[in-house]
Design a binder for this molecule. Structure first.
Ligand SMILES: [Zn+2]
Length: 328
């Protein structure tokens, strides 16, 4: 029987090796926690699944590990190139979001500004592996960076589409996300130092950060809550993915970032409950936050709060105010 990919990834002494699998393929460990399958199938889709960029977001790690096991034991046919990354191994071992520095702020070259942080070296390594994975690809280039959120959300499952600069949004991919059970998509309008922005920008992948529910420790996840993404990914990997039904996106709420709440000083006060859910509506006229003389007031009644976090250091983003958006 194949050893658990995840257990192997987490074992500090595991050598990099090629594993022969029951289906005749090889799993190649390219770096600790990074395993590639079907490398030479260049005409098929090239799919990167990353998980554990935040080490305590365990459900996607379990879902991906189970998929790898099923591929290895011939229960799931693999009809694409696949690269899986268990990203922040130290944080996964410790059950924490990150050790020194939030890894999902260190991509897009930002690792060079934090030379001391172990997460920075790892982000640089993951960038390189992603680039060499996608570089020869002739089929679709897809990257799903799988997360769970710290807090509850009015939309339990949502996706973040990184800023695309001049590229149009891929409606087929948005429709696919909707079939996965994704309930809303934030269309980012500025560059970010996230993994999905990096692969979108540098590898020209259709890349998304997927927030799939609430973060819980290993063994405490109700994996049935992840069945939508699990099944959709399995169909994608096995080539059983059906084309979108007319790519009808009318049922998928889209949002864009209107502005960031920037914490400029320790006087910053966020006037939302500590446990406020992501995508909570901000009533017209509501005082969202204040920081000395600066007051952030909700306008129009359709704005919503995303990723509120007043505990960040001054100078950093303490939340995003989003508003409904439409595709061009
Ligand atoms: Zn995360």
């Amino acid at each position: 029987m194949t050893p658990s990919f995840l257990q192997y990834a987490l074992s500090a002494s595991a050598p990099l090796a090629d594993w022969p699998l029951a289906n005749g393929l090889f799993a190649r460990w390219l770096a600790p926690g990074c395993v590639e399958l079907n490398r030479d199938a260049l005409d098929g889709d090239s799919i990167l699944l990353s998980c554990g960029v935040h080490g305590n977001e365990t459900a996607p790690i379990e879902v991906v590990d189970e998929m790898l096991r099923d591929i290895a034991e011939s229960r799931l046919p693999l009809r694409c190139r696949l690269l899986v990354m268990f990203a922040n191994l130290d944080a996964i071992r410790q059950g924490v979001r990150y050790g020194n520095y939030d890894m999902n702020r260190l991509f897009n070259g930002a690792h060079a500004k934090q030379p001391g942080a172990p997460e920075a070296a790892r982000a640089a390594e993951l960038e390189k592996l992603a680039e060499s994975f996608f570089e020869p690809a002739r089929g679709r280039r897809l990257h799903y960076d799988l997360h769970t959120a710290i807090r509850g959300s009015a939309f339990e499952k949502f996706a973040i589409s990184p800023f695309l600069h001049q590229r149009p949004h891929n409606r087929e991919q948005l429709a696919w996300l909707s079939r996965c059970g994704i309930e809303a998509v934030l269309l980012h309008s500025a560059p970010a130092n996230t993994f999905s922005y990096h692969t979108s920008r540098c590898c020209r992948a259709d890349a998304f950060t997927l927030e799939l529910g609430k973060a819980r420790p290993f063994g405490q996840n109700d994996l049935s809550r992840f069945s939508g993404i699990d099944q959709a990914l399995r169909q994608l990997l096995s080539g059983a993915d059906s084309p979108a039904d007319g790519e009808d996106l009318s049922a998928l709420p889209l949002f864009r970032a209107k502005y960031d709440l920037i914490k400029r000083s320790d006087a910053f006060r966020l006037h939302l409950a500590d446990d406020v859910e992501n995508f909570t509506v901000l009533p017209d006229g509501m005082l969202i936050a204040e920081d000395g003389d600066t007051r952030y007031i909700a306008r129009g009644g359709e704005e919503r709060i995303l990723f509120p976090n007043p505990g960040v250091k001054p100078g950093l983003r303490a939340g995003i105010v989003v508003e409904p958006a439409a595709l061009d």
